[in-house]
Design a protein around this ligand. Structure first.
Ligand code: U5P
Length: 224
């Protein structure tokens, strides 16, 4: 299968061992899958965006700061994967396709202002006709409300893109650095190409089959 894995930038902020992601990707490759990895910008991107705001930078420039941080995270992962990954980080979808054609894991951060790396992951999934887009977050999937703020929030095993839009609309903005799970551009691409999306925690990367059978907690997004 062709898999696009979008890893939250928060992964790079968290303390602890980063090698579990690498071993999960190696395992997937060992099983014969092809993998593209998209890295978010995380806390460092937000820090630069905040600094830029205090200096009066416009939204496009702030987005560019976020993009460069996400590319730094991508470079870190590409370097850590050594021979398994293409050694350069693409700066556009066209460059991504060029690097992807070499047959290795291609690791990318952002492309252009006005979106988040979730949109990048949707664009990449569309362009390579991926079987699944796996969105890795710090929680187990999509909740009915923010589980960190609302103790009654419930994990949704299945959600349509329409339901997801309603959940996200109440909690998101489109300013630089403030996108949460999926930005509007990502939703549009997922809908227009009916991309199969799963939202999950890091430890579930290797469990696609079990998630599909409902044996593992995660959220399957159904495009409508
Ligand atoms: N960003 C873009 N375009 C991209 C990817 C990221 O403008 O293609 C900027 C946004 O400001 C985003 C920040 O909030 O970089 C960090 O990416 P993310 O971690 O929010 O996905």
């Amino acid at each position: 299968m062709k898999l696009v894995i979008k890893i939250t930038g928060k992964f790079f902020d968290m303390e602890g061992d980063k090698s579990s992601l690498l071993s999960s990707i190696k395992e997937l490759i060992g099983l014969g899958h092809r993998v593209a990895l998209v890295t978010g910008g995380g806390g460092i991107a937000r820090r630069y965006i905040d600094l830029g705001r205090t200096l009066g930078l416009n939204e496009a420039s702030l987005d560019l700061l976020g993009i460069w941080v996400s590319r730094l995270n991508a470079l870190l992962m590409a370097m850590a994967m050594q021979d398994l990954a293409y050694p350069k980080v693409p700066e556009s979808l066209e460059q991504f396709m060029e690097f992807w054609a070499h047959g290795k894991v291609t690791v990318t951060g952002g492309f252009q202002p006005g979106q988040s790396t979730a949109a990048v992951s949707a664009l990449v999934a569309e362009a390579i006709s991926a079987d699944y887009l796996l969105i890795i977050t710090t929680v187990d999937g999509v909740y009915s409300a923010d589980p960190k703020r609302n103790p009654n929030a419930k994990l949704l095993p299945k959600v349509t893109t329409l339901e997801l839009k309603n959940i996200l609309e109440s909690s998101q903005s489109v300013r630089a650095g403030t996108y949460e799970l999926l930005d509007p551009m990502a939703m549009k691409i997922i809908e227009r190409s009916k991309i199969k999306v799963m939202v999950m925690g890091l430890s579930k990367i290797g469990s696609i089959d079990r998630i599909l059978k409902g044996e593992e907690t995660a959220t399957i997004v159904e495009p409508v």
